[in-house]
Each structure stands twice: as C-alpha cells, then as structure tokens.
Write a new protein. Structure first.
Length: 280
C-alpha cells in the first residue's frame, strides 16, 4: 500500500535548506526533516516570531534568523508564510535563492506565475498544497513544478514534502484548485462529520460527552482502518452494511439524491471556485 510507505532518511542530504516561515505547517515540516535525520546545522530558519518549540530547536543546532549575508547556495528554500503576505515577504528573501536552489511554496493560492514574479528570473519553483494532518506526519501533499525544475530538484522537493506524509504530483497546475478543495480543505469536512454525528447522538438521547467520544473515536478509527486497508472505501462501507439492518437504514438517507454525495460534490465545487478566485 503506497500510503504506508515510510519516508526515506534525510541524513544524506547535502546543502542547506532555508525555511521561510516556521508557523504550524512550516514548523511541522522542520520537525519532520529533523526526525528523518537531517543535520540541524543545515536548517536555516527565518521566523520573526518563533514559537517555544522552534526556539528550542535552535538549541539543537538549527540556524535561526541569521544575517541574510551568511546564507549561501541553499539546495532548497521552502516558503511557508501566509499567502496574504507573500508579495511583501517573498521578495525580501528571494536573493537567498542561488542558481541551483529550488523554491518550494506551500502557500495556498499562490500560482507558479505569481511566484515566478516574486523570485529571481528563471527560478526553479514547486507549488505544493499540504493539509493539516501534516502536524502528525499523516498529511498528503500535492505538488506541481515549473519547467525550470530539474529531475534532481524534483526528487529533493519530494523528499522534503514526504517528511509530513504522502506526496502526489500533477502536471497540470489547473488541478491545484480541486486539490485544495478535496484534500487541503478536506480535514474540515471530516471534523464537521464528527461534530454532526455527535449532535445527532445527543438528539437521539445520548449524553453529550458520550456522544462526542463515540463520534470522535468512530471517525478516527474508521480513518485508520481506511488508511491500513487495501480495500476500496465502497467495499469497506458494504462490509459494515447488513441488508435491512440499522446501517442500511441510515445509508438510505445519506445516499439519497439530496444526500451526502450530492452535498459533498456541491461543497468541493464551491471550494474549487473560491480557490480560483483567490488565485486571481
């Protein structure tokens, strides 16, 4: 199963890695790199408001907020700032990217064309969309590269992104809006499902605390079963469903023409449209 493949060690990576922005997602990536054996002394982090965790990593050897002139010939520069400050922040660090540096952006909605206007001419750029389970190393990231990215740079970007979970690549950047709608925003849909299940349990008479625990553990356990199983989700669903039973009664509602599938399709379409609007 591809989803269970462990990321490779990063102990052999040569060259330094610049991380611009060490918030939740950037910090998760940094922790992932170090956990895979990347030399802390080669991790150069620019973060004006470092968290306690990031400050503690400085004691382990990461280079935190060095003078810009001290940075030379990084193998990669990962840009993990909020997209609304990209136009201000990215040009301030663009000069740190040398001719052989691959820039990896995880900023939502920032296209390759936009990024190329913020970075040095001819820059090798990878645009990536991770999701929040990256915080526990169980995210999934979809990436697209511009024409300047070499095979070796793509491999490097893949290895860095794989530190926080599975990685998929697309050749058509236009797909990134749908990717954002499905996997980027997707964790919120799953959390909403847990909320809705808990509320429905309360409506059916369960104590609120018990309903919340049942919903949380059911969603989490089912997700782990799906992660470990080679079976299609439809088969897993059918395996739980006895003809004429309680699950079948519930699925008759959820799978009606106005049910969950129709709502999810409408929701993903709405998120896709909004992603296109934000990208300009």
């Amino acid at each position: 199963m591809p989803s269970t493949t462990k990321p490779s060690s990063l102990a052999d990576l040569s060259g330094s890695i610049i991380l611009v922005g060490a918030g939740k997602m950037g910090g998760a990536m940094l922790q992932g790199w170090l956990g895979l054996g990347f030399d802390p002394g080669k991790a150069i982090v620019f973060e004006p408001q470092p968290s306690g965790e990031i400050a503690a990593l400085a004691a382990r050897g990461i280079v935190l907020n060095p003078p810009a002139g001290a940075v030379r010939d990084a193998a990669a520069m990962v840009i993990a700032v909020k997209p609304q400050v990209a136009a201000e922040v990215v040009p301030a660090y663009a000069g740190l990217a040398g001719p052989g540096t691959v820039a990896v952006s995880i900023m939502a909605g920032q296209t390759l064309a936009t990024l190329s206007g913020l970075l040095p001419p001819g820059a090798a750029i990878v645009r990536a969309m991770p999701n929040t389970p990256a915080a526990i190393g169980r995210g999934i990231t979809v990436a697209v590269a511009n024409a300047q990215v070499s095979a070796a740079q793509r491999t490097l970007a893949h290895r860095l992104l794989a530190a926080i979970g599975a990685v998929e690549w697309v050749a058509d950047e236009a797909l990134m809006d749908a990717v954002t709608a499905v996997s980027g925003s997707g964790p919120a849909y799953v959390f909403l499902l847990a909320e809705a299940m808990a509320a429905a349990g309360v409506a059916a008479g369960l104590p609120a605390e018990l309903a919340a625990r049942l919903a949380r553990e059911t969603v989490a356990g089912s997700g782990e079963l799906l992660h470990r199983s080679e079976l299609d989700p439809a088969i897993l669903r059918q395996n739980v469903t006895s003809p004429g039973g309680t699950t079948a009664a519930a699925l008759e509602v959820l799978m009606s023409p106005q049910g969950l599938a129709a709502l999810m399709q409408e929701a993903v379409a709405a998120a896709t449209r909004r992603s296109r609007e934000l990208a300009g």
